[in-house]
Design a protein around this ligand. Structure first.
Ligand code: XMP
Length: 510
């Protein structure tokens, strides 16, 4: 299969670039610039390399760089933003702070005809974000695009198949972005379109059928998308030799535990052990109010319950995990947050005696995982499930967590979600839920004084959950939700709507 190397120099768009390339049906993988050498790149057989953006100046101390031998491998290169400057620098050009100042946002680009700009109009809008710029292109390079502030907005050495663009083709604001990527992949690198998800799913299944031949596989199912898709994929590979353990900590959303059990056990005929461990979790959480301590207790209890259950099931040689590509990429950067939180068993102790780990989704991005899930017949409600914290409603009940409070929150949250999903919204809400505060407030119920909890509603609009805006929900929807909750859920006397964006707030309350 043809593949492209996305060489990450610390920019924020490395994963987006790889996704854009895969969307054009070419396999792309990301490597940190300091984790691969030119010789390894050559041996790996890449059809092309993309140098990504990055926050540095090429002259900065510790600026991320790669050996200039990479330019002589005969593999086409496309440098983007910092990658463009680095390419020019490595080839002997000069980079300097832009004479006319930084360029940020939508900018008009003028291009010259050539292989990289085939089908790109002479002028079009692109996305710029830079302070430095190429001052003098390297010998042998031609300037092929410019903007008002940036005379060297793109360069090429067509003979050596080296290209650099100062703008970001991976960002949708760059109108010609997809065409430029296409031209590089197909016109320059000569890639075939062999990254087709249907084929890749079948290949993955047969690969794991072979790798796990005769072995018994254990997987912790959380109800989240990743472990769900991993379960169905592995079930296709090993059938009844897969056992899923679903630890129900009692802090899922209303009816969610039953839905998970029903989907996998009855829907797919997967061997599933549901461990109803709510009692244990609530016991350990008794009297605990600190959010971090709550998370820790839930995480550790999960591991202990899972371990005990695994022992009961006898010898399973393989532990399967729903690790996905962004987790792998992050770990490749050497960050601390290598493995996801307990809910996909990333933190399971090694001494559990597994001889092998199976991670069938480790090459896939989240949107690809969802597509695989749909293709394998998982229900939409599961495939398009909103992010949900591993510790579940444990971090949406503020303060001490009790079964009564969780039950109250489950009811209120279900009403909010039901009403929101039935409404026409002026703006899409990407995540919405209720949180039960630990504040009590006075109300009037009938003619009597009532004293109950304050419930907070939260809805956010976001692309990536790193930043988020509070969603402008219609007043009549909020009124309907508030009225239903105070009428239908005993113990809640007041409903408030959270109008804080992230930052400064986080999405979750704890
Ligand atoms: P915050 O609250 O940090 O949340 O703004 C950002 C996104 O992450 C989700 N979240 C979690 N997801 N395990 C997860 O898998 C967790 O422990 C966890 N905590 C928060 C949150 O719902 C939001 O989408």
């Amino acid at each position: 299969m043809d593949k492209i190397l996305v060489l990450d120099f610390g920019g924020q768009y490395d994963q987006l670039i790889a996704r854009r390339i895969r969307a054009l049906h070419v396999f792309a993988e990301i490597k940190a610039y300091n984790r691969i050498t030119p010789a390894e790149i050559s041996a790996a057989g890449y059809r092309g390399i993309v140098f990504t953006g990055g926050p540095n100046s090429v002259y900065a101390e510790n600026a991320p760089r790669i050996d200039s031998a990479v330019l002589s491998l005969g593999i086409p290169i496309l440098g983007i933003c910092y990658g463009h400057q680095l390419l020019c620098f490595l080839a002997g050009g000069t980079v300097a702070p832009s004479e006319k100042g930084s360029e940020y946002g939508k900018t008009e680009l003028t291009v010259k005809p050539g292989v990289l700009f085939r089908d790109v109009p002479e002028t079009s809008v692109v996305w710029m974000s830079h302070t430095d710029a190429v001052a003098a292109p390297p010998v042998g390079f031609t300037v092929i695009a410019s903007t008002e502030k940036c005379p060297v907005a793109a360069v090429c050495d067509e003979d050596r198949r080296l290209f650099g663009v100062q703008f970001h083709p991976e960002v949708t604001h760059s109108v010609c972005g997809e065409t430029v990527l296409r031209n590089f992949l197909f016109g320059v690198c000569g890639c075939g379109t062999d990254w087709q998800l249907d084929d890749v799913i079948e290949q993955t299944i047969s690969e794991y059928r072979w790798r796990l031949d005769g072995k018994r596989v254990l997987l912790a199912l959380s109800g989240g998308v990743d472990s769900a898709v991993a379960a169905v994929l592995l079930h296709r590979a090993v059938g009844d030799r897969l056992v899923c353990v679903f630890v129900d900590h009692g802090m899922m959303r209303k009816n969610e535990g039953d839905f998970v059990e029903h989907t996998f056990s009855q829907g797919f005929g997967i061997k599933l052990v549901r461990v109803n461990a709510a009692e244990r979790f609530f016991k350990e959480l008794k009297g605990v109010t600190d959010p971090e301590q709550k998370r820790k207790i839930i995480g550790e209890a999960f591991i202990r319950v899972f371990e005990r259950e695994a022992k009961k099931l006898g010898k399973n040689e393989v532990l399967a995990q729903g690790t996905i590509y962004p987790d792998v990429v992050e770990s490749g950067k050497g960050d601390a947050a290598v493995i996801k939180s307990h809910h996909n068993v990333g933190g399971l102790p090694e001494q559990m005696g597994f001889s092998q780990i199976a991670e069938p989704l480790r090459d896939f991005f989240k949107d690809e995982v969802r597509e695989i899930g749909e293709k394998l017949g998982l229900p939409k409600a599961l495939v398009w499930r909103q992010p949900f914290p591993g510790p579940g409603l444990g971090v949406r009940v503020i303060g001490e967590v009790t079964p009564e409070k969780v039950a109250m929150l489950q009811e209120a949250d279900a009403i909010f979600r039901e009403e929101l999903e039935a409404a026409t919204l002026p703006q899409q809400a990407n995540q919405y839920f209720a949180a039960l505060t630990d504040t009590k407030s006075v109300g009037v119920m009938g003619d009597a004084r009532a004293y109950g909890y304050v419930l907070a509603l939260r809805a956010v609009s976001t692309d990536d959950f790193m930043t988020a805006a509070w969603t402008r929900l219609p007043y009549d929807l909020l009124e309907r939700v508030s009225s239903r909750i105070t009428n239908e859920v005993p113990g809640i006397t007041r409903v408030v709507y959270d109008i804080t964006s992230k930052p400064p707030a986080t999405v979750e309350w704890e």
